[in-house]
Design a protein around this ligand. Structure first.
Ligand SMILES: [Zn+2]
Length: 338
């Protein structure tokens, strides 16, 4: 079972399928998932009750030196010049880009709004096939080179994981069932927005993929997920794009990385209607209103309230409420009928 705040970019069911095909690095990554979850459980319980110290989101990048440990050797910190290790520099730069996006766009000071330090660990483990946020820091594997490559230089991976931090502090959506799928959804939404900004792409130029640069040519697919066409990114991509195909099984914490395909598709459709900037504001403001156990219907209800208010004060298009309503209806979500 995944903990509330322990969120991996490569979902367990994909690692399982690759392990079944004989990939030993994926099998090891799965085993390590369980070990890390146990280790982090206790400290996570105290995270949200910690003493808040105001800061400026200072970045610290540590090298795990291929050990399965975090905060081993500090290589680069805020204000330091570039170092020889390009992976360290990439983790430093991409986390800075994400930090600046949230600061400039929403005046959110680091992930918690109080300028918490942004800690990154690179070269974690040997051939480690994942990256994760575990409540107060980021950790990146180098990938085994067979299915996955280094995770630290992928802007969408970094943005996805750091957004789990934002969600944790703004709404603390539990990592299970529909609240968990919403948690995953918000990370994919801001990963996509930030990736397009980073690459200076329009919505028609963008590929709407998550994790396309961390998979190799031999990986059975083009990415980990697709916002535009959920369920098509790889051989094991079982994301639905409509409530008719909602996954109600036990796998993946009751489908946190699976059912997120439904709101993901609605987000894509809404961007086509009113543009990604308006959607970014609507989604961020909606996130601020949600709570730990919020369901899909709560999400839509709050989003419509938020959208109406933003529209009335002219901060988003006057067509925004209609666009949100239409986009969610197209994936089978309608207010009071969810
Ligand atoms: Zn995630």
């Amino acid at each position: 079972m995944c903990t509330n705040n322990h969120c991996y970019i490569v979902p367990p069911h994909i690692l399982e399928e690759l392990a079944k095909r004989g990939n030993t690095a994926c099998k090891k990554a799965l085993n390590d998932t369980r070990r890390i979850n146990q280790k982090r459980n206790e400290s996570l319980n105290h995270l949200l009750q910690r003493n808040v110290v105001d800061g400026n989101g200072a970045r610290f990048v540590y090298d795990s030196k291929n050990q399965y440990e975090q905060r081993q050797i500090l290589i680069r910190k805020e204000g330091d010049e570039k170092v020889a290790d390009s992976v360290v520099n990439q983790a430093f730069d991409t986390s800075g880009f994400v930090r600046e996006y949230f600061k400039e766009t929403f005046d959110l000071n680091s992930m918690d709004g109080n300028g918490m330090d942004i800690i990154s660990n690179v070269h974690y483990g040997i051939d480690y096939n994942n990256a994760y946020w575990d409540g107060d820091e980021m950790t990146y594997g180098d990938g085994d080179g067979l299915e996955f490559t280094s995770f630290a230089n992928a802007i969408d991976v970094v943005a996805h994981e750091l957004t789990h931090g934002v969600t944790q502090f703004l709404a603390n959506l539990e990592y299970f069932s529909q609240p968990g799928a919403l948690n995953e959804h918000f990370s994919d939404v801001f990963a996509t927005i930030i990736k397009q900004k980073y690459l200076n792409q329009t919505i028609s130029e963008a590929d709407w993929l998550i994790g396309d640069t961390v998979v190799t040519d031999s990986f059975p697919g083009v990415a980990i997920r697709s916002m535009k066409a959920p369920g098509t990114a790889n051989d094991f991509d079982s994301q639905p794009d409509h409530m008719d195909n909602y996954y109600s099984g036990a796998q993946d914490n009751q489908g946190v990385h699976i059912n997120s395909g439904i709101p993901n598709k609605a987000f894509y459709l809404c961007c086509l209607e009113i543009g990604i900037e308006d959607c970014a504001l609507i989604w961020f403001e909606t996130l601020s209103t949600l709570w730990r156990t919020a369901q899909f219907n709560d999400f839509l209800k709050m989003m419509l309230e938020v959208t109406l208010k933003l529209s009335e004060i002219g901060r988003v298009s006057e067509r925004a409420t209609e666009a949100v309503t239409k986009s969610f209806a197209m994936v089978g979500l309608e207010e009071n009928r969810v």
